[in-house]
Design a protein around this ligand. Structure first.
Ligand SMILES: *[C@@H]1O[C@H](CO)[C@@H](O)[C@H](O)[C@H]1NC(C)=O
Ligand SMILES: *[C@@H]1O[C@H](CO)[C@@H](O)[C@H](O)[C@H]1NC(C)=O
Ligand SMILES: *[C@@H]1O[C@H](CO)[C@@H](O)[C@H](O)[C@H]1NC(C)=O
Ligand SMILES: *[C@@H]1O[C@H](CO)[C@@H](O)[C@H](O)[C@H]1NC(C)=O
Ligand SMILES: *[C@@H]1O[C@H](CO)[C@@H](O)[C@H](O)[C@H]1NC(C)=O
Ligand SMILES: *[C@@H]1O[C@H](CO)[C@@H](O)[C@H](O)[C@H]1NC(C)=O
Length: 438
């Protein structure tokens, strides 16, 4: 028996049946049909039963609830959850089940979704007993979809129409096959077997391979338009007394890096309150060391609502969930590396619009040339700051993951899943055209 918290998901999986195809749907769904590969539960639901077994990772059992959204932040909350981004594989799976253009006929599908929980399956290689066998990650799945279950579904386009979600940075899956034992990560994305498959990850490698970046989930998952709109109103009306905010950890060592520069500048500026800029506080440092903010959005969302700019320095890797928390709060993101967002999320945050909704300050200028972030940000005219914030608010719906089963009004707004699906269909279409030309 699976644990009780899995039952709702299993039930939803069972009730997906052939949608009755009306004429309207027929037209609306042209070139958008998706087929979901049938996988035995060892590739998804069974993996959740071991949620308490990875001591060095975390006990992730609480994050599984609500189809991966996690527990509500408090009992009467409808939109706010203690969401762990690693659960996006579940969230996406659940959302795909309500995608209007599902088909049971693989031959009419434009794309084939593989409901494999890649990042959760990776835990045994990353944190568990199989650390020295990470080159095996994915081979069982490949055997299943290539040889066991209806091989013709793969063979039709050599897997070029298949896609899956990997709710971690691609770096965690790109260990060269020859590194044994590995330094870090599995070799899933290095396997030739999966070169043709599109992988949606939180962070892509610097060179474009088979993966594409999609937003980290935040904690906000509105079930209807009224709750969504009231949040947007709050964001727009919020009084922003703080010029800039950094929510995060690190920067405490003496090695020069941008987090350290931010920490120093922030400590300095609290003594430097200068009302003439119209801010009562130039910098707010929300200390999120030791993961204290991860499942506690109140800690950083309230301060973000009160800040004009939110600093997004790279950490262990260039991208951060905080970028999307900031956009959700209407706080203009400040990037220090192109890889932190501009070269990642082309579908959700169009590359050409970065100047309109974000600030870019090269980290070298801050760390080695003494450029002060406060000086850059205070030199931006207030009217321009307001325009940028409006643009951030315009982007907001594109980066949220609305709640599964939400109202029709809410579904009419394209969210992160809708945009990821659109992008995937487009990408697969051009892939197939290229392959056929060759
Ligand atoms: C769960 O963990 C046990 C013990 O480590 C292992 O034998 C089992 O295969 C795991 N189950 C899944 C579905 O990974
Ligand atoms: C929240 O709901 C649970 C279950 O209904 C209850 O046990 C708990 O006391 C409630 N907590 C608060 C703070 O109301
Ligand atoms: C992996 O290999 C290293 C070096 O060969 C060894 O020290 C370590 O104990 C192995 N880890 C596991 C979990 O077997
Ligand atoms: C990937 O596609 C190419 C053709 O584009 C094909 O030659 C190759 O066999 C495919 N790989 C797999 C594992 O199916
Ligand atoms: C801190 O403030 C002093 C005095 O304004 C200034 O000279 C110094 O460069 C500042 N340090 C940092 C790291 O901003
Ligand atoms: C505040 O900043 C302005 C402009 O840089 C400067 O002229 C003024 O002297 C500052 N006031 C204080 C109290 O530091």
């Amino acid at each position: 028996m699976p644990p009780p918290l899995l039952l709702p998901l299993i039930l939803t999986l069972l009730i997906t049946s052939t949608p009755t195809i009306s004429q309207d749907l027929e037209t609306e769904c042209t070139d958008q049909w998706i087929y979901i590969r049938q996988l035995p539960s060892i590739f998804n639901l069974d993996l959740l039963t071991n949620c308490s077994q990875y001591q060095t990772f975390d006990n992730f059992c609480p994050y599984i609830s609500n189809h991966g959204l996690g527990l509500k932040t408090h009992n009467n909350s409808h939109s706010w959850f203690r969401t762990d981004p690693h659960m996006l594989e579940l969230i996406f799976h659940r959302r795909l089940l309500e995608y209007p253009c599902l088909t049971n006929d693989p031959s009419m599908a434009s794309a084939v979704y593989v409901p494999y929980y890649a990042g959760i399956d990776a835990l045994k290689y990353l944190y568990g007993q199989e650390q020295n066998f990470s080159f095996l990650h994915g081979l069982e799945l490949y055997d299943h979809i290539r040889n066991v279950d209806a091989p013709e579904i793969w063979n039709r386009h050599n897997g070029h129409d298949h896609f899956l979600i990997m709710a971690r940075p691609a770096w965690d899956f790109s260990q060269p096959l020859s590194n044994d034992p590995p330094i870090w990560g599995t070799s899933f994305l290095e396997l030739q077997e999966f070169y043709n498959v599109t992988a949606l990850t939180f962070e892509t490698r610097a060179y474009p391979f088979q993966e594409m970046g999609i937003p980290y989930p935040t904690s906000f998952h509105p079930p209807n338009l009224a709750l969504f709109n009231s949040w947007v109103t709050r964001v727009r009306r919020s009084r922003r007394d703080t010029l800039m905010l950094f929510a995060g950890g690190g920067g405490i060592s003496n090695n020069p890096n941008v987090r350290r520069s931010i920490r120093l500048e922030c400590e300095n500026s609290t003594s430097l309150r200068n009302e003439s800029y119209g801010y009562s506080n130039l910098c707010n440092f929300v200390d999120c060391s030791n993961g204290v903010c991860e499942h506690d959005p109140i800690r950083f969302m309230k301060p973000m609502l009160q800040a004009s700019f939110c600093l997004q320095p790279p950490g262990d890797t260039p991208t951060r969930r905080s970028t999307f928390d900031a956009i959700l709060a209407g706080c203009i993101p400040v990037f220090f590396e192109e890889l932190s967002a501009k070269l990642q999320y082309g579908w959700h945050l169009p590359e050409a619009e970065y100047e309109e909704f974000s600030v870019f300050i090269p980290k070298e200028d801050v760390v080695f040339k003494g450029l002060k972030i406060v000086d850059v940000l205070t030199s931006i005219p207030r009217a321009q700051v307001r325009r940028m914030r409006e643009k951030v608010i315009e982007m907001l719906p594109r980066v949220i993951y609305r709640k599964h089963g939400s109202s029709l009004g809410m579904r009419a707004k394209k969210d992160a899943v809708d945009i990821a699906i659109e992008g995937t269909l487009q990408r697969i279409k051009s892939r197939l055209q290229e392959v056929e030309v060759q």
